[in-house]
Design a protein around this ligand. Structure first.
Ligand SMILES: *Cc1c(COP(=O)(O)O)cnc(C)c1O
Length: 388
């Protein structure tokens, strides 16, 4: 059955216009498809946007997470804390280097890692037991990194803020300063993704942001085979370079960076539109529908708009049948077969599991039309009131 008029609304979608296409074409006609000037331009503009000193572009956010834990010195047998409600890569980066992942349960109101649970977990172990924390700005809601930093400092822990959902998100700290997600102020490293379902589409792509010169230089080296032409121990001639560490090829291309630059320039309006859609959802949903609670001092960048309902499976099937391609974010990491196999079978994370049993991500992207938003709201409300 093919009906060209059939409604088909995805949960997220990139928004590519003529200026994006022109930007890519101009790079294709230039001298550099990779390792050229667009990389630096994208990094500088991105660092400025989030308010960090340095930014390093990478092939994706997973490679950004991998290099981050390497640069911070995470090793086999070390332990890190993260949230069970995130994309698998957030936890996997610790496994890449043989470290253990410990989960702290989520706050059932914000769906973010519960900082009181993090504190309890840290204080239940001797000093030095954990090396770092990887909080996630889940769905686009900023983690309170100011509070987390105080705790981390007390226990000598680093913080990698996984801000893949949150370019453009921010909160106001206790001194009244605006803290953009991933800005490097209360975290050591911020992580961003440029997968098309995220705010800024490069096809594939990622970014590390930091205020630390040391971390900036270290991840820059590891991104490109560990090879450098600076600070060399010998000099055989002008061709000479040294491989100082075992690095990777985790580079972004200039083609992708030129798309990223063009996309970044639209993110400011993009998050405003996302917020408009979120407000519409919230003001018009039936009161039986629960959604993520926003602390007063925060601006949610809204990668996702998650609702919770008791009849999740039925509502999911219903919305799909209406052409609304909702998704589930996420299956808790400790429940994934790989993690069950390595010993997380009995993890006691009841808020994460309870959240998972009820959550559905509704369509959320700037190009979503008002008429589509109305249709989604009507479909959800009708179902909840059994008027279908
Ligand atoms: C998308 C995502 C990643 C991984 O991003 P890639 O660019 O696809 O590697 C990591 N963490 C979170 C929270 C994500 O949403």
């Amino acid at each position: 059955m093919s009906n060209p008029k059939a409604i088909k609304i995805p949960y997220g979608r990139q928004n590519i216009d003529q200026s994006d296409i022109d930007a890519v074409i101009s790079t294709l006609k230039s001298d550099f498809l990779t390792q050229g000037p667009k990389i630096k331009e994208f990094e500088e503009k991105f660092a400025k946007y989030v308010g960090a000193k340095y930014a390093v572009s990478l092939s994706n956010a997973t490679s950004a997470l991998h290099l981050s834990v390497l640069a911070l010195g995470l090793k086999k047998g070390d332990r890190v804390i993260t949230s069970p409600i995130t994309f698998a890569a957030t936890a996997n980066c610790a496994r890449f280097v043989g470290a253990e992942v410990w989960f702290a349960d989520i706050d059932p109101k914000t769906y973010l890692i519960d900082l009181n649970e993090v504190k309890k977990l840290i204080e239940s172990k001797p000093k030095g037991f954990f090396k770092g924390i990887i909080p996630v700005d889940f769905a686009g809601l900023p983690v309170d990194t100011e509070k987390l930093r105080k705790l981390a400092n007390k226990h000598d822990l680093w913080i990698i803020e996984d801000a893949c959902h949150a370019p453009g998100g921010y909160y106001i700290d206790s001194s009244g300063n605006k803290q953009m997600c991933g800005n490097g102020h209360f975290n050591d490293i911020g992580i961003f993704s440029f997968h098309p379902v995220k705010h800024i589409a490069c096809g594939e792509g990622g970014m590390i942001t930091t205020n630390s010169k040391f971390l900036y230089e270290k991840v820059s080296l590891l991104r490109s085979h560990g090879i450098s032409k600076f600070n060399m121990t010998q000099n055989h001639g002008n061709w000479y370079y040294e491989m100082k560490e075992l690095g990777f090829n985790y580079r972004l291309t200039d083609i992708q960076a030129s798309l990223g630059i063009s996309q970044l320039s639209k993110n400011k309006n993009g998050v405003i539109r996302r917020d408009e859609i979120a407000e519409k959802y919230k003001s018009r949903f039936d009161s039986k529908i629960k959604y993520q609670q926003l602390p007063l001092n925060s601006f949610n960048a809204h990668h996702l708009f998650v609702i919770q309902t008791d009849n999740r499976k039925e509502l999911y099937d219903h919305l799909i049948s209406k052409g609304i391609f909702v998704q589930i974010h996420y299956i808790p990491i400790h429940m994934l077969p790989y993690y069950r196999k390595i010993g997380y079978e009995d993890a006691n994370l009841k808020y994460a599991e309870n959240y998972y049993n009820k959550c559905i991500s509704l369509p959320m992207f700037p190009a979503l039309k008002d008429k589509e938003v109305d249709y989604i709201i009507k479909s959800v409300n009708n179902y909840v009131n059994k008027k279908t």
